[in-house]
Design a protein around this ligand. Structure first.
Ligand code: NAP
Length: 406
């Protein structure tokens, strides 16, 4: 084989070679291939439309109310069903099977079109024939295919940018969702719920000006289950830590990092070291580690064998002071995770803030209320109340100030 033949063969190989690295947010969408149509602007229609747009297709929605359709992905167009059907050869039917009869009057416009039936039924054998068969019987001039019905709108919305993502990516997303979304969110909310009743109780005492009146039953029961809430939140924090440690050793991530490094070398490119990201990343990790350390300490001191060995002062110092410090560290850890992402409109899927932002509301409120309680003037009053002082006790009948709780 001559040198020229070899180089031709190599260039052919290069053309056939498809990059295995997934598309990232930063990678621009491929050129627009063709326009496809999606009937229905519900959850599934919008999520599918978004993915199709990201994959480079032009998307035309067909809707009953094209002028009032909202929350459509940026870049999509919307028309009435008949007009939309004429704009594309491939039409996704993202409408419940029960409403398929709206397609009958559109039989002319749908002649020769490929209709993708996305529908699922609520239960097995709900209808005598399959949904795709039913659709075909309604529009005999169209070519009906079944597909995409095993994907969920949620997975489409939250999945990676690569519209071709398969098993590896989906399992990766599930793992990331569990590790870096669900577990820390649940853990932080539960920890806040553990400290919220104490703060509410303090405000109630301040309002009443006495500690000798029973708390409402709901607050009493809530205070009684703080230990269980704390242990559960520690369990979720533990899972978060485990997942975070495991993620970097996953094949998927190692492959992606290597691929990225190799392509940088091949293209003789370099990326600048970003000190802000480094500082943010280190602070985020340090706060997380410190928060988790204190979390474990709280868990250990709540064990009866340990708590029995502590004086009341020591126990309350750990559970109250260090507990609030743990909440502060974990909240700051989450704030650093979000950093300035709240400024970017792309994270507000369907105009809703992501979970890691929403979960900051409760701990921030608890910490703010606690901050109010430890300001000297409030703290002095609450300390006096806890020592038995009652507001207006001097003017009242001494009988009234008798403690209800001994
Ligand atoms: P959805 O949120 O209820 O949306 C359905 C859309 O259908 C509506 O937004 C509406 O769009 C249109 N529609 C409603 N009534 C209609 C009628 N009488 N005539 C014509 N169009 C009507 O439902 P979805 O969750 O998106 O599900 C759509 C289809 O995808 C279903 O067949 C479902 O089984 C399938 N699917 C859904 C998922 C999922 O995760 N959601 C997963 C797999 C498969 P306009 O107001 O724009 O007309």
């Amino acid at each position: 084989m001559t040198g020229q033949e070899r180089s031709e063969e190599k260039s052919e190989e290069r053309i056939e070679c498809v990059s295995l690295s997934p598309m990232r947010e930063a990678v621009p969408a491929p050129p627009e291939y063709e326009r496809v149509c999606v009937f229905g602007t519900g959850d599934m229609g919008r999520s599918l439309g978004l993915r199709l747009l990201q994959a480079g297709y032009g998307v035309m929605f067909g809707s009953r109310r094209p002028h009032s359709s909202s929350l459509l992905p940026h870049g999509a167009q919307v028309l009435g069903h008949a007009a939309a059907a004429q704009s594309a050869r491939l039409i996704f039917i993202a409408v419940q099977r029960e409403h398929y009869d709206f397609l009958v009057p559109l039989a002319n416009q749908l002649k020769g079109k490929v209709l993708v039936d996305l529908s699922n039924n609520l239960r097995k054998n709900q209808y005598p024939e399959a949904n795709a068969e039913y659709l075909q019987s309604l529009v005999p001039g169209a070519e009906v295919v079944k597909g995409f019905n095993t994907l969920s709108a949620w997975a489409l919305q939250n999945g990676p940018s690569d519209a071709n993502s398969q098993g590896e990516d989906i399992s990766f997303r599930i793992m990331v969702s569990l590790a870096n979304k669900v577990c820390p969110i649940v853990s932080l909310i539960m920890l806040s719920l553990c400290y919220l009743p104490g703060v509410l109780a303090s405000f109630l005492q301040l309002y009443r000006g006495t500690k000798y009146r029973r708390f409402p039953d709901w607050l009493d029961s809530w205070m009684l289950c703080r230990k269980q809430l704390g242990l559960l939140s520690l369990g979720f924090a533990f899972l978060h830590v485990l997942y975070t440690l495991i993620l970097p050793i996953r094949y998927y991530l190692m492959f992606w990092v290597t691929e990225n490094t190799v392509s940088l070398i091949r293209e003789n490119r370099t990326t600048e070291f970003d000190t802000t990201t480094a500082w943010r990343g280190d602070s985020y990790l340090s706060l997380g580690i410190l928060g988790f350390g204190l979390y474990v300490l709280l868990g250990i001191t709540s064990l009866p064998s340990v708590s029995n060995a502590l004086s009341w002062k020591e126990f309350s110092f750990v559970q109250s002071k260090l507990g609030h410090l743990t909440l502060l560290l974990c909240t700051a850890h989450t704030y650093l995770y979000g950093w300035n992402r709240f400024l970017s409109s792309s994270i507000y899927k369907w105009y809703t803030p992501p979970g890691y932002m929403l979960c900051l509301v409760l701990p921030s409120v608890v910490l703010l209320l606690k901050l109010l309680l430890i300001t000297p003037c409030v703290d002095r009053t609450i300390t006096r109340i806890r020592q038995g002082w009652e507001r207006g006790a001097d003017q009242r009948n001494p009988k009234d100030s008798k403690p209800l709780i001994p």
